[in-house]
Design a protein around this ligand. Structure first.
Ligand SMILES: [Zn+2]
Length: 270
């Protein structure tokens, strides 16, 4: 757990309004965090937009996707656990089982927002070195690509961060204690599993201080946007939601998993 998260949870706990929990999982990091298989090495070497292996030896960093539970006055969705299990078992074109293992067997997602739209704010001014104004539009585009999954949610890019549902902010780099991390997402969800807000943090530099190329940054935004929409990690390295940045594009498996998530009610499935 990062220090800022610890601090947040302490404050939240003291207010006795929220119950903080953390969902364990692997981090979204540069590809060198795990000893790559020969296939992975080939993949990394072939893609110049992937941050190259770092000499940073840091201990295994914490999860890049964290969940806080709030108590809200939403109604519990109608749920038929047998039907949910059957839908998941039948969905062999998804990594829902991996994702449930990553997220303590709990589905979280946004309510259907066809009319109002999910309000997304992207930081478009910062003094972070090497940051480029074009990155703001790149982030909007990368986020928008998830609409190709056919989920019942529209995205509205808003200018007021205070009233947004999802915020995307930029930092120079993550602190050394975060190891090779290049992106993170904090999500708040209510007691029924409905997402309430999300904050995505994207580093402009990797842990060794190298500027991350724009195409790789877009891949990081896509991955973190997947978390912001409710996805957990995939165990398939050929998917965007694999915790290590080997795949920068949204794959058919990623789309199918998000679509299934939005076909099911949120909440614990076991
Ligand atoms: Zn991740």
């Amino acid at each position: 757990m990062r220090r800022a998260d610890t601090w947040l949870m302490l404050v939240v706990g003291a207010l006795a309004v929220f119950v903080g929990i953390q969902v364990a999982g692997a981090p979204r990091v540069a590809p060198s965090v795990a000893p790559p298989s020969p296939a992975e090495s080939a993949s990394v070497a072939a893609r110049p937009n992937v941050p190259k292996p770092s000499t940073n030896s840091g201990a295994a960093p914490s999860a890049d996707a964290e969940l806080t539970v709030t108590h809200d006055n939403t109604e519990a969705p109608a749920r038929n656990l047998d039907e949910i299990h059957a839908r998941i078992a039948a969905a062999t074109d998804t990594y829902m089982a991996d994702m449930l293992a990553d997220m303590d067997q709990t589905l979280v997602r946004w309510p259907d927002l066809r009319e109002r739209g999910l309000r997304i704010w992207v930081q478009s001014m910062t003094t972070v070195p090497d940051w480029d104004l074009r990155y703001a539009q790149m982030a909007r585009d990368a986020f928008s690509e998830w609409t190709s999954a056919g989920i019942p949610t529209r995205f509205d890019f808003v200018l007021d961060s205070a009233t947004s549902d999802v915020r995307i902010v930029w930092i120079d780099r993550f602190p050394p204690m975060d190891g090779l991390r290049v992106g993170s997402t904090r999500r708040a969800v209510d007691q029924n599993g409905w997402l309430a807000r999300a904050e995505i943090v994207i580093a402009v530099h990797d842990s060794a201080g190298r500027a991350i190329p724009p195409a790789a940054l877009a891949g990081i935004v896509r991955h973190e946007a997947g978390h912001a929409l409710g996805l957990g990690h995939s165990a398939n390295q050929h998917t965007l939601m694999y915790p290590i940045a080997l795949e920068d594009e949204i794959t058919p498996l990623d789309r199918a998993t998000l679509r299934l998530l939005y076909d099911l009610p949120p909440g614990r499935v076991r």
